[in-house]
Design a protein around this ligand. Structure first.
Ligand SMILES: Cc1cc2nc3c(=O)[nH]c(=O)nc-3n(C[C@H](O)[C@H](O)[C@H](O)COP(=O)(O)OP(=O)(O)OC[C@H]3O[C@@H](n4cnc5c(N)ncnc54)[C@H](O)[C@@H]3O)c2cc1C
Length: 395
């Protein structure tokens, strides 16, 4: 017999989406249990996203007095676009009065875990969810196993799948684990973390004849850089010298500060939006609901934007004395408005900046024409700045 517990909201996944949701629910007086298959140290050490939109930073400041986004993170007021022999800065505050922050996702997660555990959140590590039992549709139950292999059952008034791109909850909402709109790209990113000082103060997105490169930063001592590669590339194959030659050739005009490479990985590109985001008393947020290629730096930001809408809907549905279903009924429609704009922006940045393996001379010249039409027009630069820093929340 499984150990059975009861709660108001069962949240599967202690990534940015699940942890922010548990905080917003607690603020509304709604109890939740959060489970994650990984350990706390695994969650706190996985290197992923790095760019936070203005809305995300405003929210973290509002919900977490201990956030280190302003002390460890860095505000970035622009990015540089490189193509041909040209370098163009997109000045965010001048164009849209907003900025982004470079603050790694694992640091955000350290802050959020400290916040939630400090507040007494029931947060269970090492619990792997297999699916959702909808035997009683008013009280769906999360079922899985704990770190000792014992069966676990969490009965709730609402279940949220915040369990990332391989979501186990998705099948309950869409009817299948893969049910959604999907696009795969013919290239990937070869990413490195290296011990070196920054090579540039802001991110450089470079479209070069050899392919795309992104020069990013992490801290004064460690940097993150990427270059376009084949999706089947072997991350262990190239020597450090070959990696530096590849990166350097793609950012002519900048001398990269080289250093020991301490991590390398190949990141495949996928765009995905689940056909449904909610069914009855089960909903999806974040990467469980959608994934974007990383070029527009939208993934974590979009996850948190979903959560803001869902928390509002759950407050209306579940808070003391409330039983208003209108916001939960419109959750998917309201979330999809931003999701598809972010999908378009991520696809657009990806297509504009990467060189497709079958690109013809026509394709290359058209792409350079597109880049020029963006940087030479205030309307073009403004669209990029508005989307990159994140569309303001709708009133
Ligand atoms: C290399 C890289 C770079 C990126 N760069 C950026 C960027 O610059 N900006 C940006 O906004 N986004 C970026 N992203 C995307 C971003 O990291 C994700 O969009 C974000 O993590 C989504 O948050 P989430 O909470 O929805 O899911 P996740 O962070 O994936 O969290 C899901 C959690 O659920 C747990 N889980 C999964 N399955 C189960 C199960 N069956 N049972 C229990 N627990 C489970 C997992 O252990 C995990 O902790 C990047 C991603 C990668 C890989």
């Amino acid at each position: 017999m499984p150990t059975t517990v009861r709660t108001r909201v069962a949240v599967v996944g202690a990534g940015p989406a699940g942890l922010v949701l548990s905080q917003l629910l607690a603020d509304a007086g709604i109890e939740s249990i959060v489970v994650d298959s990984r350990s706390r140290s695994e969650i706190e050490s996985t290197i992923r996203a790095g760019i936070l939109e203005q809305n995300t930073v405003d929210l973290l400041r509002a919900i977490d007095p201990g956030t280190r986004v302003d002390t460890v993170g860095h505000r970035h007021d622009g990015i540089e676009l490189r193509f041909g022999d040209e370098a163009h800065r997109i000045d965010f505050p001048a164009l849209v009065g907003r900025s982004v922050w470079l603050y790694p996702q694992h640091e955000v997660l350290k802050d959020l875990l400290a916040l939630r555990l400090g507040a007494g959140q029931d947060l269970r590590f090492g619990v792997t969810v297999a699916g959702v039992d909808e035997g009683d549709p008013e009280h769906p139950a999360v079922v899985g196993t704990d770190a000792q292999g014992e069966a676990v059952r969490i009965e709730a008034d609402f279940v949220v799948g915040a369990d990332g791109s391989r979501s186990a909850v998705r099948a309950t909402v869409t009817g299948s684990r893969s049910g959604g709109y999907f696009r795969e790209y013919p290239f990937a990113w070869f990413g490195i973390l290296c011990e070196a000082p920054p090579s540039a103060q802001e991110l450089i997105y470079s479209n070069s004849e050899q392919g795309f490169a992104l020069i990013s930063q992490r801290s004064p001592e460690v940097q993150r850089m990427y270059f376009q590669c084949d999706p089947d590339a072997d991350a262990t194959a190239p020597s450090e010298a070959e990696i530096w030659d590849t990166l350097q050739a793609r950012v002519p005009g900048t001398t990269l500060h080289e250093g020991r490479i301490i991590q390398r990985d190949v990141l495949r590109f996928r765009s995905f939006v689940a056909h449904e985001l909610r069914r009855g008393r089960v909903a999806l947020v974040g990467d469980a609901a959608h994934t974007v290629p990383p070029t527009g730096a939208k993934g974590m930001n979009l996850a948190i934007a979903d959560v803001v809408l869902l928390a509002e809907a759950l407050r209306a549905l579940l808070a003391e004395g409330a039983r208003d279903e209108r916001l939960i009924d419109s959750y998917a429609e309201r979330a999809l408005d931003r999701i598809w704009k972010a999908q378009h922006f991520s696809w657009w940045m990806t297509s504009m900046l990467h060189v497709a393996p079958d690109a013809t001379d026509f394709d290359r010249r058209r792409q350079l024409g597109e880049l020029r039409s963006v940087v030479e027009s205030e309307a073009g630069r403004t669209y990029l700045a508005e989307a990159y820093t994140g569309w303001p929340a709708r009133a």
